[in-house]
Design a protein around this ligand. Sequence first.
Ligand SMILES: [Zn+2]
Length: 303
Amino acid sequence: MTQPAPSSSKPAAASPKPTVWVRPRPLGWLRERSPHFIKVQSRRLRSKFLPLALGLVCLLTVLGLPWVQAHLPLRTGDSSQSAITPPLSQVVREKAGEGAIAAPSPASSPGHTEDRDEGRTPRPLPRHGHLAFAEASTANLMVVASYSQDVAQRFERLHTDAGLALLKMIDAARLEGVWIVPVSGFRDYERQTRLFRLKTQQYGSTEAAARAVAPPGHSEHHTGYAVDLSDGLARAMDVSLSFGKTAAFQWLMRRAAQFGFELSFPEHNAQGVNYEPWHWRYVGTPEARRLFAPAATVQPGVG
Ligand SMILES: [Zn+2]
């Protein structure tokens, strides 16, 4: 007998499941694609490179500006016509008369070339009866008021003698219910130059401008003894002919002489200068009187 073959029905041992090694995606894969992560990363990048970029821009600016100045054919006017905007304190809304200062005009504007064409001897500016005055030393000046209107904010100065007299006069007027506001006191040549150029552009020629405002070097404001006055209750009439109708003007006509002030350019004045009810000069000291004495003998329209 043959041995029965071992039963093949015995179940074979279960073969182990093959191990499948799946490389799991790192969690970072998902994280790197999230909008939040991208935002954070770009913020990091910015914080790294922004200072670098800014530094580069600054460096280029510092190195590039001298090059631009050296190579571009910029027109060189005088210093008062710099392209740089003047401080706000110097920018005053343009009004009739000489009490207002305005921003310097572009150097290419045609109005003021009449007296300074390149290659030709500059012609003297027409004076129309205005006398020549030296510029006062700033050491002798005192602040008498602040003036503010629209874009105009500034302090006004006068020679100490005129300034103290003016403060007394303003106080006396106040006691009578009149509000006198100084608009414009001392002006240096540069400020007057800007003003004259503005008027030249406005009127089309230096000839016409000189009838409305003294050319630089010929304004009583250079002395520190002249001041433009207005009525604090009639702001719209500042530095205009209509100031002549205000209570402040009427008061000044009655009382200003007691404080050493006189109207420089009344109607039909000997100098032939346009009537300026707002413009007053101090003649309360021998020094001030000496300065303005020639006004009585000057010929109208000379210059
Ligand atoms: Zn004036």
